[in-house]
Design a binder for this molecule. Structure first.
Ligand code: ATP
Length: 216
């Protein structure tokens, strides 16, 4: 993160969304964008967008909007897109395999470099161009290669012991797809994505708040 600007966490979480949309605008040759257009595309209300963008030093002009190049430059710097972030995936089951096959990180400077598993049938093979190593080699590999982010797609029962090993490496962020709640020291950031919980919560909202405007 850019040290001179302190961005609220809620704003920071929307950055990748803005960034992806602005990249598309840029490649279609657009030079400027209004907060209304942005709002429509990323489904964030325009007052929030204006407030978010004011943290980036981007003050939209009435009747002109925001300068796409300026914003892109800011996002690239802030999201550290100029620097490659190395990511490891642990647990090459159904979900892990899907992530390795799905090139969702291709356009960013973020790459799943390596995967780990305990299954001898998987260790030593590759999915896409990502090699699968034995979990025994976890610490040695991660520290040597300066991997800073780990994606966890292992069974919930082993998520905590693996996390305990990760915190002793250079890993600073964990994207946890298991249902387990992880204990980590304060220096490590965990984002938890529990697909079952998300689905249940979506269905709960649909049932209990039908016809509500959810755009806020
Ligand atoms: P998914 O939950 O991804 O759909 P699955 O049902 O195919 O997976 P799981 O039993 O959840 O399989 O295991 C996911 C993967 O994690 C498997 O490839 C398994 O070999 C691997 N795995 C199991 N224990 C460990 C461990 N301690 N460390 C690393 N990988 C592990």
């Amino acid at each position: 993160m850019n040290e001179t600007i302190k961005i609220p966490q809620a704003t920071a979480k929307r950055l990748p969304l803005y960034y992806r949309f602005l990249k598309n605008l840029h490649s279609s040759g657009k030079q400027r964008v209004s907060s209304a257009e942005l709002s429509d595309a990323v489904k964030v209300d325009s007052a929030t967008i204006r407030r978010d963008f004011s943290y980036f030093g981007a003050l939209g002009k009435k009747g002109y909007g925001y300068n796409v190049n300026y914003l892109l430059g800011f996002f690239r710097k802030t999201l550290d897109q100029d620097e490659l972030t190395k990511v490891a995936l642990i647990g090459v089951g159904n979900l892990g395999t899907a992530f390795l096959n799905y090139n969702f990180l291709k356009n960013n400077n973020t790459k799943i470099e390596v995967a780990f598993d305990v299954d001898p049938d998987k260790v030593g093979t590759k999915i896409g161009d990502v090699p699968i190593h034995s979990l025994d080699d976890l610490e040695a590999y991660l520290n040597n290669d300066n991997v800073t982010v780990a994606i966890l797609t292992v069974p919930a029962s082993v998520a905590q012991p693996i996390t305990d090993r990760l915190v002793k490496t250079n890993v600073k962020g964990i994207l946890n797809f298991t249902p387990a709640r992880l204990n980590v020291p304060r220096s490590i950031r965990v984002h938890h994505i529990d697909l079952a919980v998300e689905l249940q919560s979506l269905i709960y909202f649909l049932k209990n708040y039908p016809g509500t405007d959810f755009s806020e």
